[in-house]
Design a binder for this molecule. Structure first.
Ligand code: IMP
Length: 427
């Protein structure tokens, strides 16, 4: 049975949530397979705006079963908060439509403290404890899984082992760092565990049963492929496999079940946090970078940080499209470029006097790459009301056609605004 993955091909914030929301009609189960509450997904439905960080955006569709897979790192406080917010907004959320893997790892407050006091700033992380939690998962001796929350004695024993070690590290990082009490933390998290209990399941088994029942799965990636810990611009990346590479390990569903991979791109590029960004527009408060930021409301959903903005980088997207086995593209936020006289696309870089068309995923090499640009004329029209390709002005169609040519994949969806209706389906 057909399964789909929606994946970002840039540095995150490609508006994947809207595409997931559009595709839910053809699917039965939506699966988050990586990251945690560092993601920020905004979906506008019937004039209402929903902002989700940890729960899959697919949960907004009443017929969908939402799954938080084993590859996700779960902050129980945030989980319960998001469930509460959705319920308050009238969305039915319960064990009938939301499950969390017992194999997912738990983010504790010491992870957040470790990140704030440690190396988070050098990478520009979101401060949500993501990196330290994944580090503990891989270290094994200090990782605690969601399933362990349901065993009070075991949880207490584990926290009594882990917390004193964390306190030592925290104290070494900063004399003013917060120090934790294992028993108090255990009591607090046993409270959260009670509230989470109905949601905690063996999600791999559930997903395999769904496949046997001919259900269609929709995998929802968090972040973008350029932030993938193995294939992105390391070390300026997140700590999970945010490309389609994470589907198998992060859900237990073999990748061969994916029959459709939709790569989501913005019509330009943004990045939050540190790291190289060859096409960044660093042209001051009156420049085009700021203009795009303002028009596109390019401020982080999670942290509120202004996003760095720049021209479309075809070198990077060719790389992530190949990495992800992408079949088709969704081009987002085309409307944001409507006010510019001239547009630029970067089909190649120059490195040490040579033209480079293969993306160097080594951040230090990428830092030295200079973008080579080609110029296209702007369309100077508001395209927010376009509903079919023919409604777009010629210059906008030319721009999209050039992306298709450079990346070598068809564009099947063009988004011209945040609302569901502001979507062009291209056949
Ligand atoms: P972390 O995921 O909080 O560890 O942050 C690592 C890097 O990924 C930082 O540059 C963050 O700004 C970036 N990042 C994490 N989550 C997102 C996201 O959802 N969108 C865009 N960037 C993100």
């Amino acid at each position: 049975m057909a399964s789909t993955c929606v994946v970002g091909l840039q540095w995150g914030d490609e508006a994947k949530g809207k595409i997931v929301d559009l595709l839910t009609a053809d699917h039965h189960v939506v699966v988050r397979y990586n990251g945690g509450a560092n993601a920020g997904h905004t979906v506008v439905r019937d004039g209402k705006t929903y902002k989700l960080s940890l729960l899959p955006t697919g949960i907004l569709s009443p017929h969908m079963q939402a799954v938080i897979g084993n590859g996700v790192v779960v902050n129980p406080v945030r989980f319960l908060e998001e469930v509460g917010t959705l319920r308050a907004a009238g969305i039915a959320v319960g064990a009938h439509n939301l499950v969390v893997s017992d194999h997912a790892h738990v983010i504790f407050p010491y992870h957040v403290e470790e990140e704030i006091r440690g190396a988070g700033a050098a990478i520009g992380t979101t401060g949500r404890g993501i990196g330290p939690c994944y580090a503990d998962k891989v270290a094994r001796s200090t990782g605690i899984r969601v399933g362990e929350l349901l065993h009070p004695d075991r949880l207490r024993e584990r926290l009594r082992q882990v917390v004193p070690r964390k306190n030592l590290i925290l104290h070494a990082l900063s004399a003013s760092a917060k120090i934790f009490d294992a028993d108090a933390l255990c009591d607090e998290y046993l409270g959260h565990a009670q509230a989470m209990r109905p949601f905690i399941k063996d999600t791999m088994r559930l997903l395999h049963q769904a496949l046997r029942d001919n259900k269609r799965l929709l995998f929802e990636a968090a972040q973008g492929s350029l932030l993938d810990v193995d294939h992105g611009t390391y070390p300026f990346v997140t700590s999970s496999n945010s490309s389609t590479a994470g589907v198998w390990s992060g859900s237990g569903v073999p990748a061969r079940h994916l029959t459709r991979v939709v790569g989501v791109i913005k019509a330009y590029t943004t990045r939050v946090g540190q790291g190289p960004f060859p096409t960044e527009l660093n042209d001051g408060p009156d420049g085009l970078g700021e203009k795009i930021r303002k028009t596109g409301r390019e401020y982080g959903t999670v942290t509120g940080r202004p996003r760095r903005c720049g021209w479309f980088d075809a070198v990077a997207v060719r790389y992530t499209a190949a990495l992800g086995g992408v079949d088709e593209l969704a081009v987002m936020l085309l409307d944001v470029l409507g006010d510019l006289d001239e547009l630029r696309i970067c089909p190649a870089y120059e490195l040490d006097g040579e033209r480079v068309t293969d993306f160097p995923a080594d951040a230090y090499l990428l830092e030295r790459c200079q973008p080579v640009y080609e110029s296209l004329s702007g369309w100077k029209v508001d395209v927010g009301d376009a509903r079919k390709p023919g409604d777009l002005p010629g210059a906008a169609r030319k721009y999209v056609d050039r992306l298709i040519e450079l990346i070598g994949l068809p564009v099947t969806i063009i988004s011209v605004g945040p609302d569901r209706e502001q979507t062009i389906l291209c056949s």
